[in-house]
Write a protein that binds this ligand. Sequence first.
Ligand code: FE2
Ligand code: FE2
Length: 294
Amino acid sequence: MNEKVFTPKEVNPLNSLDEWEDAVLERYPDPDSIASSKATEEYRNYDDPARDTVKEFYRLNHTYQTYDFVQEKRNNYLKFDKREMPIWSAFDFLNQLVDDSDPDTDLDQFQHLLQTSEAIRRDGHPDWMVLTGLMHDMGKVLCLFGEPQWAVVGDTFPVGCAYSDKIVYPEFFKHNPDYANPEYQTKTGIYKQGCGLRNVHMSWGHDEYIYQMLKDYLPESGLYMLRYHSFYAWHREGEYQYLLDDHDREMLKWVKLFNPYDLYSKNPEPPDWNKLKPYYQELVARYLPVTLKF
Ligand SMILES: [Fe+2]
Ligand SMILES: [Fe+2]
């Protein structure tokens, strides 16, 4: 196969993966902080240079995430033959993902995971959900295996069927080769009405990867949180109803429950890991195997 070679700028259009997350936060601001002037100021900052990089990020994402691209990534990564690591080493590995933007204010990946899981724990949710919070972005290690940012993060969407116009920057899908394939551009495309999301291939990224990695270890509701946490067109916009089955409709509440912890738990104050360590060591040991395969 003639694989396209991407330039460094095409591999890393964002200065930091956080730029994507900040853009999502701007689209779906925290209802609790929306009234506060600081939040409003931040969201209204139209001169933000991150805007251009995020737009370019979505252009690349919507152009190159084809049905075939997704199959190729699945074939490669779902073999889990890259590395095997003890779970706590895997967090260290993930933390090698550092970027040059604002090292003072940006918390590392592990801090985001810990803040998410701690916010879930504070609200008294079941321990498997705390663990889901701790693990949900582990799939971002895909960047460390050389994957372009737009094949790791970004809102996910079904491939092989028509694109929802509620996906951010829908106009960029015109550049996707699948757009010219009529078989892929009917409402249900290659899928059957009501077939259920488990039969639908999503654009490739960290959600599907961590879901597949942990699918034997967490309850179904936690697995939905992992697998669809970036599928905003579904859990925030209510799109793609015609692909859903009863099970998806039942599970949606869990995906919705999880999302605010992911989006709104960011805090400049890092949690005190030394105090939390024993709790998490016990939790991880209870649910997960000693090593994870990547
Ligand atoms: Fe994520
Ligand atoms: Fe996250």
